[in-house]
Design a protein around this ligand. Structure first.
Ligand code: CDV
Length: 311
């Protein structure tokens, strides 16, 4: 019997700076209801889905910064999502800004959680590849301050047995790194879930702006194919507080083919009935790691051929 998992990529349109958590959560609950009505088992929300993407502007005041973060999940503001998931019997993946205090020290992470159909948290991931910088770039039209506002995630890349398969998470910039998918696939990941906030103009590298959509899809398609897994990428799209972000939310099969994709820059559900057994030709044959991967030879060959590492 095929292992079928119907997944919704819940693309988000812009969220203004003034929008309250309650308003955003109400929007997400609406998407959750619509996804369940269309037969979805799992809905994936984007990176930092509960607020505007505040890394795009400079914040000095600590209390002001803290206000963008969640100190607990569920919290009174996010409880309706957990309640609705349990009521409907649908799982979800949610990106959010996490503030935690350990031994009296504050830590801030760009985090996502995977939540089961009974509203319980299956697993948590903290973003490892933080783009941008930690100082102010006044000449840029907007900032990219993830290195200032977040610490590098300390939970590693992990995959969990869930939803009838093996599910892993990563966040936004992680999707561009080959290691992300490989570390997850080495744990057997069959589905990789991720949200992203990707501007269509990067002030540091304008010469590749025209390739934004291409590089986004290329990374996820290559990650899916070379690791034999489904990839679900979910955008915060459109113009948010003056920053124009790509859409292109997509569900990608283990073949590397895009099987469903968004066509707007607003709230939109991209839905696909994923057959998890489609990972088999890749995981069991072409990219059977145990049989064909020869990691012990990679460095050896370089040594034997006299290749020296670049300085
Ligand atoms: N939120 C992100 O990680 N965004 C980056 C941008 C800044 C390049 C991304 O990789 O899409």
């Amino acid at each position: 019997m095929p292992r079928l998992l119907t997944i919704a990529a819940a693309q988000s349109g812009p969220i203004s700076r003034q929008t309250s958590r309650a308003e955003v959560v109400a929007r997400l609950v609406e998407q959750m209801r619509a996804a369940r009505a269309r037969g979805c088992d799992l809905i994936v929300f984007t990176e930092c889905a509960l607020t505007a993407f505040f890394s795009h502007w400079w914040i000095e005041d600590e209390a002001e910064l803290d206000a963008w973060f969640e100190r607990a999940l569920p919290s009174p503001a996010t409880q309706p999502l957990f309640d609705e998931a349990r009521r409907l019997g649908i799982g979800f993946c949610l990106g959010y800004a996490e503030l935690t205090v350990e031994a009296g020290v504050k830590h801030r992470y760009n985090t996502s959680v995977l939540v089961d159909t009974d509203g319980s948290i299956i697993g948590k991931y903290r973003k490892i590849h933080l783009p941008g910088y930690a100082d102010r770039h006044p000449h840029h039209p907007f900032q990219n301050l993830e290195k200032r506002y977040f610490e590098v995630g300390n939970l590693g890349f992990r995959a969990w047995r869930a939803f009838g398969g093996v599910v892993g998470m990563c966040i936004c910039n992680d999707r561009r790194w080959v290691e992300t998918y490989r570390v997850l696939a080495l744990q057997g990941a069959e589905v990789v879930l991720l949200g992203y906030n990707t501007p269509d103009h990067i002030p540091d590298q304008p010469e590749i702006d025209h390739l934004c959509d291409f590089h986004h899809l290329l990374s996820m398609q290559a990650g899916a194919y070379q690791n034999g897994c489904w990839v679900v990428g979910v955008a915060k799209a459109g113009v948010e507080e003056g920053v124009s972000q790509i859409g292109q939310s997509a569900i990608i099969a283990p073949s590397g083919e895009i099987v469903a994709r968004s066509s707007t820059l607003g709230d939109e559900l991209v839905i696909y009935r994923c057959d998890l057994d489609l990972v088999k030709p890749y995981k069991e044959r072409l990219f059977n790691f145990a049989k064909h991967r020869r990691i012990e030879h990679y460095q050896l060959i370089a040594t034997q051929t006299g290749a020296t590492p670049p300085r």
